[in-house]
Design a protein around this ligand. Sequence first.
Ligand code: HGY
Ligand code: MN
Ligand code: MN
Length: 417
Amino acid sequence: MTAHPDATQTVLDACRTLAGFTTTPGSITRLFLTPPMHDVHAFLTDWAQRLGMSTRIDAAGNLRARWEGTGPNAPTLYLGSHLDTVPNAGAYDGILGVVLGFALVEALGGVRLPFALEVLGFSEEEGVRYGVPFFGSRALLGRAGPMLKMRDAGGQTLQEALNEFGLEAGALPSAELTGEALGYFEIHIEQGPVLEAAGQSVGVVEAIAGQNRFDLTFTGRASHAGTTPMPLRRDALAAAARFVVAAEDLARATPGLVATVGMMEVKPGAGNVIPGEVACSLDIRHARDEVRLAVLPGLLASAEGFAEERGVTLTVRPKMEEQATPMHPQFRALLHQAAADVGLPHPELVSGAGHDAMVMATRMPAAMLFVRSPGGLSHHPDEAVLAGDVADALAVGGRFLQLLAAQAGSTGGKHGL
Ligand code: HGY
Ligand code: MN
Ligand code: MN
């Protein structure tokens, strides 16, 4: 299979068009089940139908597009990534992997493989709207039900949001995977500095770091900034600020650990009022679970201490935990082989970012190919890709499918792994 010479341009053009589907004209913000998601679905459904694929939007809002295999009972290789973005995002996080999925089908030129290809555009991976990521991929595994009752900042439940979007929350089980899965393959921007520092265009993901996300609420007492003596204050922001610095200090002192307080809401939020309440997040990650789990209790205990010494109370709500997830050894080996076959270096690296592949890997062999992030930048409007690197990703992805097909063909289409 050879990607059409201007397949790279088709991919880049599609990403630019899709970047225009946003709730914030002039920047890219496309949260889970917001109106621009309808435009994304329409654009990709049209492309899929022009390729002769069957398409549907499942009950979780995932876009599903299938290119059947040679036999009626052929297993399915799932390709794809997520359609949602963070606020003020770049144009490639997630969506590039979905677009490349379609480009790889297009590059087949109508040829059927010994397995079906199903391109997945996950409806929700970032966890921005409901604070918990991976709703779309969890729905495929029948694990999204508990999230239906979660409420967004406006108080709308996920269930209500699905119905308002025109879906049927009650039909969520119909989104679950059926039939035999060969595996899951996701191409994604690296979102970090490693490939650029190595001067490489693509890399094979060894594992995805484990992570915890929490919501914390520091509750003190609002009072007059001018008349309240320091010893009588219960300053929620002073406690929270100590916590932010403690998280940074811990991560700086622990090799491979990252800790981030990315969201903070201060109430009542007036310059002459001592903050009575602060709600903030904590995102903490490490490639090795034992390191992350060893330092977490101490960090949360320090947050308790900063609160207590100021007469502030602290509530900690765990939002999610994902174990560090190794990618499938045979799929990794095939990806390395595919890169070598197309003449590319193929470094291996750990992903600090979470991905739907973490969820899919709990059910089937999963692999990821990273594409260089110029400047190591992501979750930022200047997020970029280089055209040559996209061409390399297409070449490796195409060769990966060929190697899988050869293997599946030799094992009668069963798990050749
Ligand atoms: O936050 C992450 O790890 C990814 O961008 N969802
Ligand atoms: Mn992201
Ligand atoms: Mn992503």
